[in-house]
Design a protein. Structure first.
Length: 325
């Protein structure tokens, strides 16, 4: 197995064999590695031994996960463990299978409006000048990344893992590869955003053969660093995160993607564009699998986009024939 991990708990042999099995089946195991490292470390600290994973141990591990994880991320941890637990059961082990975390159906993302977005950009620039020499490199990258998140509605990793070869500044487009659902797409940028990215591109930071936003160590900037920088920016402009239960979704970088979708719909409506022609274009631009992915963003922002929701519902009436009983 590639990059064998040195697990240390009572299940180290089974974890290694399970990883080997998944790789032999053609699955990518890079995302599950850190999940099993977390589980292995917890089991080791708990001093668990034997051929069983009791409910107390698994519930304790889930409770120990970082509070900043969203419900969706926690469910990924749980789902990954559940598959491993089924594997253990097939070998005669007694492994507890937990319920998934409950996501709030009332979740409503924070929608940043034009003034908020301008203030966020200003805060990111201030972050560059106020950062220590050690952190200034990442902060300079983040100020450009933030502009791209705001201007194009990118997902976190679509920019974090962007390769220099996929940035076409002559035509002002970004080639997004292997995004969610293993889909590729081309994302045009506004000319003002393209000019900002051009200035960054000649700074000497982008790697010609690798990352467009490398950290000081040469690797991609970590998700946690980007999220922390974003939280510093929203705190700087006076936006406070509400006090929510552990693992509940809160104001985060992904809210910029929701904000982009709402702003795009509103702009289409204000410009009198034909929704039948424009909605599929926006759906493709944002990398949604289908129109339902785009519509979901609006339904999650009902308080901020009731007028746009009404337009979307009117549009959807013509998609499917009415079924008469």
């Amino acid at each position: 197995m590639k990059n064998t991990i040195c697990f240390e708990s009572c299940l180290k042999e089974k974890l290694n064999s399970y990883m080997e099995l998944r790789e032999s089946q053609g699955h990518k195991t890079s995302k599950m590695r850190h999940i099993f490292i977390s589980l292995d470390q917890y089991l080791q600290k708990a001093g668990l031994g034997g051929r069983s994973l009791p409910p107390a141990a698994i519930d304790g591990w889930i409770a120990s996960l970082p509070e900043k994880l969203s419900v969706n991320t926690v469910n990924i941890y749980i789902s990954t463990y559940i598959q491993f637990a089924k594997y253990l059961r097939s070998l005669g082990y007694c492994a507890f299978i937990p319920e998934k975390a409950v996501s709030s159906r009332n979740y409503s993302p924070h929608i940043f409006h034009e003034d908020d977005l301008a203030a966020l950009i200003q805060a990111s620039d201030i972050l560059v000048f106020s950062a220590s020499e050690k952190r200034r490199h990442n902060a300079a990258c983040f100020s450009v990344m933030l502009r791209m998140y705001i201007g194009c509605g990118f997902r976190l990793n679509e920019i974090r893992l962007l390769k220099t070869k996929d940035v076409d500044l002559e035509h002002g487009i970004i080639h997004v590869r292997n995004a969610k659902g293993n889909r590729d797409r081309i994302v045009p940028m506004h000319k003002t955003l393209t000019e900002n990215v051009k200035i960054y591109s000649i700074s000497g930071i982008p790697q010609k053969e690798n990352w467009f936003f490398p950290s000081r160590t040469g690797n991609p900037i970590s998700c946690s660093w980007i999220r922390d920088a974003f939280l510093k920016c929203i705190q700087y402009i006076g936006i406070e995160k509400p006090d929510l239960p552990k693992h509940a979704r809160n104001i985060c970088l992904h809210c910029l993607r929701h904000s982009f979708a709402v702003a795009a719909f509103r702009q289409m409506d204000n410009n009198g564009l034909d929704m039948y022609n424009e909605i599929p274009v926006l759906s493709t631009y944002m990398g949604h699998e289908n129109l339902y992915g785009t519509e979901k963003y609006l339904h999650m922002t009902a308080e901020n986009s009731r007028d746009i929701l009404d337009k979307m519902e009117e549009f959807n009436k013509g998609l499917f024939p009415e079924v008469l009983e």
